[in-house]
Design a protein around this ligand. Sequence first.
Ligand SMILES: C[S@@+](CC[C@H](N)C(=O)[O-])C[C@H]1O[C@@H](n2cnc3c(N)ncnc32)[C@H](O)[C@@H]1O
Length: 201
Amino acid sequence: MGRSLHQQFFDQQAHIWKAMDRRDQIRRLVELFSRALPSPGKRVLDVGCGTGILLDVFCQMDQAPEIVVELDISREMLCAGRSRGPLPNTLVWSVQADTHRLPFPEAYFSGIICFSAFPHFSNQRAVLEEFYRVLGPEGLVMILHLDHHREINRMHASIGGVVRGDRLPPVTEVGQWLMNIGFMVLRAREQRGLYLIVALK
Ligand SMILES: C[S@@+](CC[C@H](N)C(=O)[O-])C[C@H]1O[C@@H](n2cnc3c(N)ncnc32)[C@H](O)[C@@H]1O
């Protein structure tokens, strides 16, 4: 099967993402995960992981997950993240797959983190159902951006091309979808510089 347009786009972007200076984002994420977010548990799925910024975050945290599965549709993104050395306390697996069809059995993960990737999924409600399927009892899903949905949508419109119409819905809308699936929404908050949803299976 050929690569989708999104896959081609992100494959082409991989070297740019790898070269970006993201120290400020990493600092903000460490702060969020250390102080404001519940622990995603021992076995965590990083959906739309890109070049693996969350690994840079986990390696600065006191309680990193035991296993992190890095999943992305773009092979080039996954390969660009490979140059990072091993994490001291975390086993990392990289998987190339489409999040609409997660190649994992039911109840496999304790937590799923979707950082800066949700707008790019063509069927967002179906993806949330997949998250529900692969989460264990009391598993947590976190959907996270370091900006308000209006800013994210404006940015995609200005980039144009295949991501022009990639839309991040308001937290209230995604929260309602999560509840319809059976999740309990623990947090749904957005403000300048933050978009955060935490939900419990
Ligand atoms: C904006 S990038 C963010 C990457 C990473 N989370 C970060 O912040 O550095 C979005 C990522 O989602 C991935 N992606 C897009 N659609 C996907 C899909 N259907 N399944 C899995 N990954 C996907 C892209 O390949 C890309 O790496």
